[in-house]
Design a protein around this ligand. Structure first.
Ligand SMILES: Nc1nc2c(ncn2[C@@H]2O[C@H](COP(=O)(O)OP(=O)(O)OP(=O)(O)O)[C@@H](O)[C@H]2O)c(=O)[nH]1
Length: 310
């Protein structure tokens, strides 16, 4: 019996974003049968906003369609091409993989609300760094919940990386400090620190993240070298408010967006890129360890727009 061959990353990307591109198609349904007058252009613009691409991008696409409407037939295929082109322009400057910066250890603080996919993302990032020949250590800094510590330990064991953990309710900043010391002693390249994500209690969250930053800075003023915010694409508009809160409390340096495979709201990635211009390091399109990758802006744009899988 022949086995199904494993899916390539591009297949996963296009497959994962299918719900997003289908929703875009549904929102545009019927608009091409009409003459492309001001009203239809308004309707297309609205359809793009409803598809989460953000008002600025919707307006740019509308303007382009308006400019070209006399020189060529405006088909659904052409509109998807224009969307892909505009999305690519926005994603290109922000698509930046998380790289090793030669600080030893490079400390990557991972933040985000509970359930956003933080733990899984840490494991996926660790695996990618390992594949690049880097030594990795994890720190279970979400000391608020025993389950979070346990889950990270399971991943650490599975991918074969050391982990520094403490007791539930322990001091996260103290744990991060001790993890940096151990990583330094062991000559580890990259230390990835998990944190708690209690957005409900903003003051506590702010205090805790500020304390972790302070303590890390004592060992190396450049630390943390990266502050990566993990966002769950299925949370829709909340993605934007989460960026706002965490950017203020934790000086976010880059984003990872997870669960793009589980939502029709993948357009949020574009809205977030356009609004905040923060680097987007990687995207998640599934639960397995290989489902997180840096993305190619052209492929990503075509997957969102639902253009042909070239
Ligand atoms: N479909 C899909 N599921 C994902 C992705 N990333 C994470 N998940 C799932 O989302 C759920 C939550 O992920 P966790 O990594 O536990 O999230 P967390 O932010 O650490 O959550 P807490 O431990 O509750 O703080 C898990 O079931 C993951 O398997 C993704 O890209 N796609």
């Amino acid at each position: 019996m022949s086995e199904t061959p494993p899916k390539s990353w591009r297949e996963k990307l296009f497959g994962g974003l299918k719900r997003t591109s289908e929703k875009l198609g549904e929102n545009l349904t019927g608009l091409f049968a009409k003459p492309l007058d001001a009203q239809t252009l308004d309707e297309i613009e609205e359809a793009l906003i409803v598809s989460d691409l953000g008002p600025a991008m919707a307006m740019r696409i509308r303007d382009r369609l308006e400019d070209t409407r006399h020189s060529r037939p405006i088909t659904e295929e052409y509109v998807r091409e224009v969307i892909a082109d505009e999305v690519e322009k926005v994603l290109k400057p922000v698509a930046k993989p998380l790289e090793f910066k030669a600080a030893r250890p490079q400390v990557i603080l991972v933040i985000g609300v509970n359930g956003s996919g933080k733990t899984t993302t840490i494991a996926k990032l660790a695996k990618r760094f390992q594949e690049q020949g880097r030594s990795v250590m994890l720190a279970a800094g979400d000391t608020f919940r025993a389950a979070a510590i346990g889950q990270l330990k399971v991943w650490a064991e599975r991918i074969g990386v050391p982990i520094v953990s403490g007791k539930e309710g322990g001091d996260a900043a103290g744990l991060a400090f001790s993890a940096v010391q151990q990583a330094t002693e062991q000559g580890i390249d990259i230390l990835i620190v998990d944190t708690a994500g209690r957005l409900q209690n903003r003051t506590e969250l702010m205090d805790e993240l500020a304390k972790i930053r302070r303590v890390l800075g004592r060992l190396d003023p450049a630390s943390p070298h990266d502050v990566v915010l993990v966002l769950d694409a299925t949370s829709g508009n909340n993605v934007l408010s989460q960026i706002e809160v965490f950017r203020d409390v934790a000086q976010v340096t880059g984003l990872v967006m997870t669960k793009l495979d589980g939502t029709a709201r993948g357009g949020m990635l574009v809205a977030a890129a356009e609004k905040y211009g923060l680097p987007i390091h990687a995207i998640g399109v599934g639960e397995t360890i290989d489902d997180l990758r840096p993305f190619d802006p052209a492929d990503m744009a075509r997957a969102i727009a639902g253009s042909a899988y070239a």
